[in-house]
Design a protein around this ligand. Sequence first.
Ligand code: COA
Length: 335
Amino acid sequence: MRPTPVLCGIGISLPDRVVTNDELAARLDTSDDWIRTRTGIRERRIVDPDTATGDLAYTAAQGALKSAGSAEVDLVILATTTPDHPCPATAPHVAHRLGLSGVPAWDLGAVCSGFVYALASASSFVRSGAADSILVIGADTYSTITDPDDRSTRAIFGDGAGAVVVRAGTATENGAIGPITLGSDGSLKDTILVDAGGSRRPLSGDCHTADGRYFAMRGKTVFRHAVERMAHSAEQVRDEAGWSTGDVDCLVAHQANARIVHAVAERMGLPRERCALNIERLGNTAAASIPLALADAAGSGQLRAGNKVLLAAFGGGATWGAAALTWPDVTPVTI
Ligand code: COA
């Protein structure tokens, strides 16, 4: 029988520095009331200039390995769109720092859907028998790509990292990862875009003043597509898992905006109380958002071993995806 991918450890890492809405409002044309009402965000964590995505990814991964009770994995996949450098990928260096030199390690870019894409990749490796244990990390530092003077993006994003360990197991044990669906629509490329700094528009001259080097988005369009795609793909994996809406104990949707998460739940007929929501404290942490929300929900007791969980994500590309799993008996580790 083919092995089933099983989630068996989870770790997180957050920068120490808390930036409140009031602190943002002191230098931008915004207010605590606007940000809380329109997004549900009260504060976010922001890295100091000496900390890069790879540093957060490394400590989150240490936590996940500790939580799993294992120091060894066969593969490392790091979902991020804010790598330490444009070249090379960040994952091999993270693997090296973890003492995992020699294992295949790569970055995966699917913006805010990155964690679900990475989980799907890891699950396929396990199902095929090509790997027995995989470290899946979602890490981003959007404070490094958002314009400090842009209230519409600066208010939304925060920095952070979350990681899980996926191992080969059986379909009946807690932690078993069930159906996963992924999708994309490149016609929406321009709705979330860092225009400059790639091969289409290389940075030249003074990159500090280069137009287009910051993250830009069309908020309303993203909002609409995020709700539609996350609800639809979550329903798809729910049905494939053979669950009814009433069976679902917890929806862990990408923390893009509290209104988006609630709208997804409403479309699915799920009560709001069954949504994991930590955006108030962390903002949108891109590829890190789902593992961070999982760890918070598990830490607070909202998620318990055996619970039926749906993950749903939407991000730039546009990309989206959803996964069904039963929650394992694991303790999240923060390092
Ligand atoms: N403070 C005050 N005003 C702000 C603001 C802020 N932090 N951010 C944006 N605004 C302003 C805009 O400048 C715009 O003003 P204008 O009409 O004078 O041009 C206005 O608010 C936009 O209002 P509206 O479009 O009605 O806001 P909204 O309810 O759609 O909320 C977002 C805007 C960005 C919060 C919302 O669209 C959103 O969350 N979208 C999804 C974004 C996302 O998650 N992206 C990540 C990828 S998954």
